[in-house]
Design a protein around this ligand. Structure first.
Ligand SMILES: NC(=O)c1ccc[n+]([C@@H]2O[C@H](COP(=O)([O-])OP(=O)(O)OC[C@H]3O[C@@H](n4cnc5c(N)ncnc54)[C@H](O)[C@@H]3O)[C@@H](O)[C@H]2O)c1
Length: 346
């Protein structure tokens, strides 16, 4: 296989703005052969825009035409479609979060193992240049063993007013499922091998249930809003490290904050903006990176890497087992919030 035939299932916002342009740019190795969406008119329109010759009537039809598929449907359909694709011997790039539940993630993992096909998950923050730089610094042991990790994915009054983001049945959750998951994934990847042993979480939607809304990202229905808009969590790991997570779509804060900050036993780092904080040579010594080489658009790096993985030229950067770990923590944070107590993990 020298040219990977790619299909798209679910061609809404993220497929059109990220995945289709990105896969189209990998011209010498990939070609988009068909699209499918339950909204047939949208599928036809997208096919016209991206000059794709074929629109499938079902996802099963699409799977019979392709070597690889990008799944960008609401979260509820990720596992069903990914499993069908893997059973049809098709490589999968599935949007994040991996699935609605850990049980669904496990079924996807099993299907990937049986099929021996690529199952990559769209945690694209890992492809950002700052994230790649941070990983290099971690790998070089400049930070040492992480002690305290702070994860902030905080937006001020920006509930997504489009799509189905505020629908629990289709998405499984709100700010944590949609946004916090990216930064949590990034933190776990940077930390390396550490096993969570205790989780305490709280979720809120007080602000989004208020009739009077000031929201920068469009209108939403406060009455049907049934997901979280603010989540906090405290995660303890087997090596004694702790992770403090805060994520929100709609916090009453001065300004948005997006960062992973790691304080380790040899130094510390912030990912956004990139900054290394150390105490050495008898002084406080900071390092910044005025230039980090690499691709600016993480969507393009993700697409290239996925296609190379399909061709056997690379290993997926976001392994499904790692994405499952994120889903496991998300599920446990929600559970802890519902039970109003911390949860010890075996
Ligand atoms: N990685 C990121 O930063 C990022 C950003 C946005 C969205 N996402 C993820 O991408 C996915 C889609 O989000 P979006 O913003 O594009 O949503 P969207 O609502 O804009 O698009 C979803 C599309 O899927 C179609 N669809 C619904 N059910 C389907 C089914 N069963 N089969 C085929 N098509 C179906 C809809 O008609 C729609 O066109 C979600 O999982 C979301 O979490 C990821």
């Amino acid at each position: 296989m020298s040219l990977v035939r790619v299909g798209f299932i679910g061609v809404g916002g993220i497929a059109q703005s990220r995945h289709m342009p990105a896969i189209s740019s990998v011209q010498d190795k990939a070609v988009i052969v068909s699209v499918y969406d339950t909204n047939k008119e949208r599928a036809k329109e997208v096919a016209r825009t991206f000059k794709v010759d074929h629109v499938s009537d079902t996802y099963e039809e699409l799977l019979s035409l392709v070597d690889a598929v990008v799944i960008s449907t609401p979260n509820k359909f990720h596992s069903e479609i990914a499993i069908a694709a893997l059973q049809a011997d098709v490589h999968v790039l599935c949007e994040k979060p991996m699935a609605l539940t850990v049980a669904e993630c496990d079924e996807m993992l099993l299907a990937a193992q049986k099929a021996d096909k690529v199952l990559a998950i769209g945690y694209h923050y890992r492809y950002m240049k700052n994230a790649q730089a941070a990983k290099k610094v971690m790998f070089a042991n400049e930070i040492g063993t992480p002690i305290v990790i702070r994860v902030q994915a905080m937006r001020r009054r920006k509930v997504p007013g489009w799509g189905v983001f505020t629908n629990k049945e289709l998405q499984g959750g709100g700010s944590l499922m949609d946004y916090g998951c990216h930064l949590l994934d990034l933190a776990l990847w940077l930390m390396g091998d550490a096993t969570p042993v205790e989780v305490s979480g709280s979720q809120y939607n007080t602000l989004s249930k208020m009739p009077e809304q000031v929201n920068e990202w469009g209108d939403f229905d406060y009455e049907t809003f049934d997901v979280d808009d603010h989540v906090t969590a405290y995660i303890r790991f087997d090596n004694g490290a702790t992770l403090l997570l805060e994520t929100s779509w709609s916090a009453n804060i001065q300004a948005d904050i997006e960062n992973v900050s790691i304080s380790g036993d040899r130094g510390g780092l912030d990912v956004f903006p990139f900054h290394v904080n150390q105490a050495k040579h008898g002084m406080l010594l900071d390092t910044v990176a005025p230039y980090i080489p690499g691709e600016e658009d993480p969507g393009i790096s993700q697409a290239i890497h996925f296609i190379d993985s399909c061709l056997g030229l690379a290993e997926p950067l976001v392994k499904p087992e790692e994405a499952r770990k994120v889903s496991y923590l998300i599920e446990t944070i929600y559970k802890s919030s519902d039970l109003k107590r911390s949860i010890t993990l075996s």
